[in-house]
Design a protein around this ligand. Structure first.
Ligand code: SF4
Length: 365
């Protein structure tokens, strides 16, 4: 019997929307997205980056479509991409129709810009509905309608939500419901407030994002805090971590956030101590080496790396495998039992060998 992971709060039941071969919302797993950084019209470079993102665990990829040549490239990209492709379109309604015709799984539209083509909402809804293409209403603090900025003074959570609900109503008036919504802001506090409010207003699947979250360190923490807060409350159906860093890094962070909340199966988990004055080994290097040596494993495995024997046996008992170091040696634990003691120089290779042996004995799907 597979173990049912414990969640802090059950996920809020949202509408289930088909995005290519996947679903977003409802009982579908929370998906992880990123966006390519290559010029979309450079088809080979874009497909190469999509392949790298897919290998890293990306579920859905978004590509920017600022120019005609980018829109022209969508057909081949959508056909050859192993994961659903979303076309990100701001100002040109014609590209929306082109993306739908090209076989994209979805199109992201921005209310701050779509107001310029209100009269085409019905046509977009019809084309997307006929083709089975999902939309995302992507409200962004940086491109809010001037009337809302005037009303609220700045892009507050209330302003973001009003924009999103208004835009949703435009599509719903045309009988179109296959869309999700995002209300992104660079301030996690405003962002969390906006998503909580929006979640109360309807059952739309929600795409979480802290926009322009910053360089990797700051952006990771902002996203983890904001997504963690919402996902722990059951809010959020798909996530995109925005970092000023290569997009594969966004996927790694996104997956780690989901794994930390049991919304994804935990894979390799290193339980390593912070080290202290009692440490008799370089814990930082040891933990990094073990992580690097085991990153190829695809089964859930928990490895404890402890700097001394004080907490080593206790942590190791909870782990599949562990080491407690001291006196130039490492006590190797498997399921809490010491199986052998090895010289410090052999700790990493012994842990890797034992982890591979444990992984080989694990049942596969
Ligand atoms: Fe310090 Fe030992 Fe705890 Fe590591 S396991 S933090 S070295 S007491």
């Amino acid at each position: 019997m597979p173990k049912i992971p414990e969640l802090i709060t059950p996920r809020k039941k949202t509408r289930k929307v088909k995005v290519g071969s996947l679903y977003v919302g409802g009982d579908a797993p929370v998906t992880v997205q990123s966006m390519t950084t290559t010029p979309t019209h450079d088809i080979n470079a874009t497909l190469q980056q999509i392949a790298e993102l897919t290998a890293a665990g990306c579920d859905i990829v978004r590509v920017a479509v600022p120019r005609k040549e980018d829109a022209d490239a969508l057909k081949i990209i959508a056909m050859k991409s192993p994961i659903p492709v979303i076309a990100d379109i701001h100002f040109q309604p014609n590209y929306v129709f082109q993306a739908i015709d090209a076989g994209c799984a979805g199109v992201r539209v921005n209310p701050g810009n779509i107001r310029k083509f209100d009269d085409q909402v019905g046509e977009i809804a019809k084309a997307a509905g006929d083709a089975g293409v999902a939309l995302r209403i992507g409200v962004n603090a940086g491109s809010l309608e001037p009337s809302l900025l005037e009303k609220y003074g700045r892009p507050t959570a209330e302003a973001l939500v009003e924009s999103a609900v208004w835009e949703a109503s435009l599509f719903e008036e045309h009988g179109f419901h296959e869309f999700g919504i995002s209300v992104k802001h660079n301030d996690p506090v405003v962002m969390v407030k906006a998503y909580r409010m929006l979640s109360e207003r309807g059952d739309w699947p929600l795409h979480l994002g802290v926009t322009e979250a910053g360089p990797a360190f700051q952006g990771t923490i902002k996203s983890a805090v904001a997504f963690g807060s919402l996902l722990a409350d059951g809010i959020g159906d798909t996530i995109r971590v925005s970092l000023s860093a290569p997009p594969v890094e966004e996927i790694k962070v996104g997956l780690q956030i989901l794994q930390s909340l049991n919304l994804r199966e935990r894979r390799l988990e290193i339980v390593s101590c912070p080290s202290c004055g009692r440490a008799q080994v370089d814990v930082y290097t040891l933990a990094e080496s073990v992580q690097e040596g085991l990153k190829h494993l695809t089964v859930p495995i928990r490895v404890a790396v402890m700097g001394c024997v004080v907490n080593g046996p206790g942590e190791a008992r909870e782990a599949d495998l562990g080491v407690a170091s001291g006196n130039g040696k490492g006590q190797i634990f498997v399921k809490g039992e010491v199986i052998r003691t090895v010289p410090e120089s052999e700790i990493v290779e012994t842990l890797i060998a034992e982890a591979e042996r444990i992984a080989a004995d694990m049942p596969r799907d």
